[in-house]
Design a protein around this ligand. Sequence first.
Ligand code: NAP
Length: 249
Amino acid sequence: MPRILLLGGTTEASLAARALAQAGVDAVFSYAGRTDAPAPQPLPMRVGGFGGVAGLVEYCRAEKISHMIDATHPFAAQISRNAHEACRTLGLPLLALKRAPWVAGAGDDWRDVGDIAGAVAALPAAPARVFLAIGKQNLQAFAALPQHHFLLRLVDTPAALPLPNATVIIAKGPFDVEGDMSLMVAHQITHIIAKNAGGHGAAAKLVAARALRLPVIMIARPDLPQCDTVETVADMMDWLAHHSAFRGV
Ligand code: NAP
């Protein structure tokens, strides 16, 4: 019988969970367990890492998983690579549900960089006030630049911060343009650093940056192994139907 493993941790994954539950599909929702209070899902949930590729393979065998959907964040490269490898090992169909990346438009001042190190290098030598909108991971890389002040917006209060000169705001998206403009003005932001996550909930800062004529240092997505990829839940459902995931429903 078809049984789907949905790797989550994004808005798209929650939308996918809703669609699968409504369709009565047998599926398990998996969270990494990074946030203190993960949103409840209308599917059976499991929380925590699997233990690398071997653990994921073992889990899929034990749970009789027939299809895998990788709806993790576009920057969650490790779990996507593991999903790819586990599905290759088991011969399971894998679908990536990922939002389209953002594209710079008229009035944007983006400086494209390939990775976190590129973002560190793209900051000026002179003191700047940086909205470092990359979540809680990878902050350590910016500790080498103590002349800058960093504004961080995080989901949970961090236990410790590697940045001595930082202000932390606890907030969870989606955010709106007016709010992000006020935030940037209040904190006298001169630069924004963002990961090219795509989607609507985190795009407000880019529109705000455009309106305030602020430069955005945009970090490109990591390269991932190729697999079937869709951007919408409707296309995910079509893919599942095409891959016989609704048999017996
Ligand atoms: P990552 O670096 O790709 O993964 C690190 C390890 O975390 C994986 O090897 C796996 O552990 C575990 N893991 C990740 N996602 C998992 C899931 N959905 N279910 C079970 N285990 C998972 O991931 P990350 O960047 O730390 O992201 C962790 C979670 O936060 C993901 O669910 C992602 O969607 C979400 N998220 C990430 C970002 C971001 O910017 N990276 C932003 C928003 C949300 P094992 O090897 O032990 O299986």
